[in-house]
Design a protein around this ligand. Sequence first.
Ligand code: UT7
Length: 328
Amino acid sequence: MANIRSRIRGTGRSLPEKVLTNFDIEKMVDTTDEWITTRTGIRERRIAREDESLSKFAAEAGRQAMLMAGLAPEDLDLIILATVTMDQPIPATSCFVQEMLGAKKAASFDIQAGCSGFIYAIGIADQFIKTGAYRHILVIGGEILSKFLDWNDRATCVLFGDGCGAVLMAAEEGPRGLLSTSLHSDGSMADFITLPGGGSKIPVSHAMIDANLHTIKMKGNETFKIAVRSIESACREAIDKAGLTPGDVRWFVPHQANTRIISAVADRLGWPPEEIYLNIDRIGNTSAGSIPIALDEMVRAGKVAENDILLFAAFGAGLTWGSALVRW
Ligand code: UT7
């Protein structure tokens, strides 16, 4: 199995139609377009309607990735959905997606690694492919974060958006595909990004909701400080593992949390702005969705050429962080 690699043969994305601009948010909380754009790079984000949930967008992103790869639903062996904003606690949202796609033969499960979820999910998929267990795996990352935000908290509600992206990973021989991954976590900083209520520790109750424990809390500044260092070291690790250098990377495709974090990492690794893919201004932070959404935009815009080296890197709740290096 030494020569088998996981090659990304298809990509897809699906986002809600509704656009919420910074100017719209100015009317909701005490903030300004100027603060949001200069501190984060975000100008607008997509927000799901009340009757829309994650599975709708996850299935559509997955359908597009399969179409690009030229595969039928019955060709799928496994569906992995990375998310923190499932349709409902039980069952896994990936099972709804499997049914919506008609992928009758596929096993399916969800994974939770915050904003690093997509990196973790492709790392897991890669293990199934390299061992020969599966040939075709659909990896989807995405969120409907708008339904878990406190729309009175200006420190969080301006940051996040909704949407899903997907990749179809296929077993192939040859030099192209996933070259290396680097996955990390540090639970000593678990309280940096949380949604405290609704689990077995603080079950759903009127008191829990009255205490506003059902919405996302983030220590933004503390998270920021750790993010740059951690993403940089994860990037270096994946590049080293593959026997390459930062100069070999054609495209840095980072988790879209904050342009200042992204630029700081790119500066440390010597990557010029034209080698960084950004869509945070239009999409905001879609957590596990941000990298596959960005990748699909790049692929469909013809920005990625055969043999280009792409580096994905993310950081998020857990804390978790990681990177993945791909030869396209
Ligand atoms: O994706 C998962 C991982 N998450 C991240 O990577 C997020 C990392 N963190 C960040 O991106 C940044 O820390 C934020 C964008 C969240 C915040 O930027 P910051 O430069 O770290 O701001 P801060 O939290 O230090 O707050 C600075 C000031 C505070 O006011 P005072 O105390 O200086 O008077 C905040 O109350 O900005 C205030 N502030 C706002 N003002 C206007 C916080 N949010 C807002 C807002 N509008 N939306």
